[in-house]
Design a protein around this ligand. Structure first.
Ligand SMILES: *Cc1c(COP(=O)(O)O)cnc(C)c1O
Length: 410
């Protein structure tokens, strides 16, 4: 048996395997589009590629309006402002920090609600307890493309006169109860960041069936301009550029292929890791349309010989840059940690799951062989857990964090 890299052996992979390496469509088409942009000299401000991209997203989702933006964080901020949310807004802590930041940035208090331990999404029962006279809205997150309980959330919102929107950053191409994501709540926000399912280098969009909201967000993304010299709203600069739309359109052309590949990768992992004690892949609902973009493993330390952090250390040493999304939860990041030092008391499932979950590399750049290699590392580590434990303790905090990666991909 080979010596694990954590115990001084050679790393299994000479080059790092990343989570969220961008998928690239047909590069020839991409360069043709770039050429068109340069020839037209129309780089931004509602150009033809941006419009085509918005139209394609409308076709995929069936939503009435798509307002493309420079990224999903600005999209969230604009949607929040256009919906006139203020005071307090209920959000999960188990999400990428941008969901909370988009509120706090405009001095709206994110109130962290716990997730349901099985869905990993907002637990509707936890929402009600957090509603105060200052609450104006709820932002659900369709974590890993697995939809929120939109029915229960909508009902609570109606009862308490709150607005609901969704951070659907992971959920393009996914359906819920037979309807595509993009049609729930007042609006939904997609991300087209390089790490996401469909990328436009950087990008985002607001999807809505509400005409007035669509109009307002369109104006807000371009300084509030309605005409050459007329500004009717407070606005910002949230526009998507033509170059980004070119990448977005090229990505979209291979969407079905990417879903097939993601699903294949997901199933290979599932098959290879089947039956290991305490190791379980999160499921996607086959009756719906998942995009299978994330391979997420739950490591139950009460049954697995190594816990999540130990497995991640073993994998990193082998050049498999598994991630701990969404550890430690927004409530343990600044400024929330200082603002709400006791938030964790109401977030037992968030704390528990955040310590268990591990996201493994998938995408176009990860081959079947790579997957078999990653799974071999996991199986060997679990089998050699007793020998590895003392080494892992020693090497504890010293194992290098993937600094370069963290910079390049969020
Ligand atoms: C990636 C992500 C965002 C932010 O998207 P950007 O396009 O990078 O601004 C927001 N929310 C969630 C849940 C995300 O995963």
């Amino acid at each position: 048996m080979r010596t694990p890299a954590i115990a001084g052996g050679q790393p299994r992979f000479p080059e790092p395997l990343h989570v969220g390496r961008p998928n690239i469509g047909d590069t020839r088409r991409l360069f043709e589009r770039f050429e068109g942009i340069v020839q037209r000299r129309w780089f931004t401000n509602d150009g033809p590629l941006v419009r085509e991209f918005e139209q394609k997203i409308v076709e995929i989702t069936g939503a009435k309006h798509c307002i493309s933006l420079c990224n999903a964080t600005i999209a969230l901020e604009i949607a929040i402002r256009a919906l006139e949310l203020r005071g307090e807004v209920i959000v999960p802590s188990y999400t990428f920090v941008a969901t909370a930041h988009a509120l706090q940035w405009q001095e709206i208090t994110p109130v962290f609600a716990d997730i349901h331990p099985n869905t990993l999404n907002l637990d509707p029962d936890c929402i009600e307890r957090l509603i105060t006279p200052r609450t104006t809205g709820i932002i659900g997150v369709h974590t890993w493309g697995r939809p929120c309980d939109t029915g229960a959330i909508g009902k609570i919102a109606t009862q308490h006169d709150l607005k609901v929107m969704y951070d659907a950053a992971h959920a393009l191409g996914c359906s819920h109860e037979g309807r595509m994501i993009g049609n729930f709540g007042e609006c939904e926000v997609f991300s087209f960041h390089a790490t996401k399912f469909i990328n436009s280098f950087e990008g985002g969009a607001i999807l809505t069936n509400n005409d007035a909201l669509a109009e307002k967000t369109r104006l807000m993304r371009n300084f509030g301009f309605v005409d050459f010299d007329r500004v009717v709203y407070l606005g910002t600069n949230g526009k998507m550029t033509e170059v980004c739309a070119a990448m977005g359109l090229t990505s979209l052309e291979s969407m079905d292929e990417v879903i097939r590949l993601n699903r294949d990768n997901y199933e290979s992992y599932k098959c290879e890791l089947e039956g290991l004690p305490g190791i379980r892949l999160i499921d996607y609902n086959q009756a719906e349309k998942p995009n299978y973009h994330y391979v997420v493993v739950e490591v139950d330390a009460s049954r697995s010989p190594l816990d999540r952090d130990e497995l991640v250390k073993v994998l990193h040493a082998e050049n498999v840059l598994a991630r701990k999304y969404f550890w430690p939860g927004c409530h343990r990041m600044e400024p929330y940690k200082s603002l709400f030092p006791n938030a964790y008391l109401l977030l037992p499932h968030t704390e528990f799951r955040a310590a268990q979950m591990m996201v493994l590399p998938t995408s176009q750049s990860v081959s079947k062989n790579n997957i078999a290699g990653v799974c071999e590392i996991i199986k060997a580590a679990l089998a050699q857990a007793e020998q590895l434990k003392p080494i892992l303790k020693q090497r504890g905090p010293k194992v290098k964090p993937p600094v370069v990666f963290a910079k390049a991909f969020e």
